[in-house]
Design a protein around this ligand. Sequence first.
Ligand SMILES: C[S@@+](CC[C@H](N)C(=O)[O-])C[C@H]1O[C@@H](n2cnc3c(N)ncnc32)[C@H](O)[C@@H]1O
Length: 274
Amino acid sequence: MTLSQADFEYLARFVLEKSSISLGNDKMYLLESRLAPLCRQYGIDNLSEIVASIRQNPKSKLSNSVVDAVTTNETYFFRDVKPFDELGKEILPRIVARKGPNSSLNVWSAACSSGQEIYSVAMILEDSFPHLKNWSVKLYASDISSAMIERTKAGVFNQFEVSRGLPASLLIKHFNRKGESFYVKEYLKSRLQVFPLNLASPWPPLPSFDIIFLRNVLIYFDPSTKQGILQRVERVLDKEGALFLGGSESTLGLKTCLVRESGRYCPWYRTLNS
Ligand SMILES: C[S@@+](CC[C@H](N)C(=O)[O-])C[C@H]1O[C@@H](n2cnc3c(N)ncnc32)[C@H](O)[C@@H]1O
């Protein structure tokens, strides 16, 4: 299935407006291959009909599905390992010692995809910090994609997904198997709040976070969008808190008040005033 140049340009503008993801001309094939399954799903004959339908109703379910299809949702449990070592072995012990008993802890996976990132954090807290049971521990996860929001809320993973990054011992301990699917146990979900958020648009009021994972999403944005997002992050990151970016992401060349810390296992960022 192919797109005309005019339809491609319309869709690229639509996706940019909805998600700030910019699709250059070299992404024509990507767009075609991502949208083809939507034709089958919605019983539509070709891609130009998708474009016509979006033009007519840019707020329809199909329009959401187009944005969902374009976002890249690649993720896996304990992705890159080191940020989770830094979190569990360095940052959390420091925060917990500083705050003292019966305090609160807020962790946010911004751009959570299907939830593996926030469930990895939930497992670390469950296994290495059982004494936080009396704390108010809240895990937040957000994404622009409604499909990913639903997946994160569900906490159900297939064989392939649980074979990526998740040690067998944690699979056995924290998941229930039903047929070919693996369900996260309820206690891991009990602290979780999942909500839709376009990082590139103004944010609703959010709590202050001790830990923010903002990984493998800034890469999709131009510098001014990245800068806007990081400035909003500064406002919600606790002054003693830690921000993790993806392995290929940094604040280099952007005006922010975030300072890079080398970390024992991997770099992370804090606000300048902490
Ligand atoms: C590659 S995944 C990263 C998932 C996870 N953070 C990780 O590192 O494994 C990127 C996620 O960013 C989301 N995303 C893309 N544009 C976004 C936007 N403007 N606002 C919020 N999330 C967005 C996508 O839907 C996708 O789930």
